[in-house]
Design a protein around this ligand. Structure first.
Ligand SMILES: Nc1ncnc2c1ncn2[C@@H]1O[C@H](COP(=O)(O)OP(=O)(O)OP(=O)(O)O)[C@@H](O)[C@H]1O
Ligand SMILES: [Mg+2]
Length: 233
């Protein structure tokens, strides 16, 4: 049995002529500690899938099992606990609280779980040790994304989900964010899923899943790269 099993998952929006099959019978497994890249064009169903994996949306059909629990069968309260305790989420546009400092943004996330990691250490890990008392509007986009990564990891989540984490950044900053996600996932043994349309990231997944029109068209494992220095960005 794998750590995560997604079985025959479908998501249909709307009814009748307006029906959209955002996910169509999607199945895959993920082992603990994998660094998964899900690649697909705009509209392929990436965010739909990630939102279901994060307990932010439910599927129309199918099962989603993580650590032997079937999240697809959870009620609203169980889903809330799941989102709070088990999921770290990194969004394209950071979603930080602008009236709290970087450190306070991370501490808030730490305060809602039972066994958080150390907020200060996490901010050091993401390279912001010296800027932790800055407010988000005083930080660059790349720095804000670093805070949001610290905020996600401080919960020590079962699963870290990233929706186009470099989508709002220039390519050089984006590269540094991906390298950070890669190294931090190794340090904290975090299982990571990144969805993106950026084909450069294909090579760095220990698992690469391609989706098109809500269906999986490729799913393969790849050796873990020792570092990302030889990737052509
Ligand atoms: N709430 C919704 N109601 C109706 N249709 C939706 C809804 N959310 C998504 N869809 C549709 O489902 C399909 C998949 O959308 P999704 O947002 O998952 O794509 P995506 O791969 O994340 O695209 P992008 O790269 O542009 O973010 C699209 O056709 C979209 O229009
Ligand atoms: Mg999307």
């Amino acid at each position: 049995m794998s750590y995560i099993e997604v079985k025959n998952l479908s998501k249909i929006y709307g009814t009748g002529e307006l029906e959209v099959k955002a996910l169509d019978d999607v199945s895959f497994d993920i082992d603990q500690g994998e660094f998964v890249i899900i690649l697909g064009a705009s509209g392929a169903g990436k965010s739909t899938l990630l939102n279901i994996l994060g307990g932010m949306d439910n599927s129309t059909k199918g099962d989603y099992i993580i650590a032997d629990k079937n999240v697809a069968k959870y009620n609203e309260k169980e889903l809330g606990n799941f989102r709070r305790d088990d999921i770290g989420f990194v969004f394209q546009f950071y979603n930080l609280l602008n009236n709290l400092t970087a450190l306070e943004n991370v501490e808030i996330a730490a305060s809602i779980v039972k066994n958080p990691l150390d907020s200060n250490e996490l901010l050091n890990d993401v390279g912001l040790g010296k800027r932790k008392n800055n407010f988000p509007p005083q930080l660059s986009g790349g720095e804000q994304q670093r805070v949001s990564i610290a905020r996600a990891i401080v919960k020590n989540p079962k699963l870290l989900l990233c929706d186009e984490p470099t989508g709002a950044l220039d390519s050089k900053t984006g590269e540094s964010i991906i390298k950070l996600l890669y190294s931090i996932s190794i340090k904290y043994k975090t299982t990571v899923v990144i969805v993106t349309h950026n084909a450069t990231l294909a090579k760095i997944g220990t698992r690469l899943i391609r989706i098109a029109d809500g269906r999986i068209i490729e799913n393969k494992t790849q050796p873990r790269l020792e570092n990302l220095d030889n990737i052509k960005w």
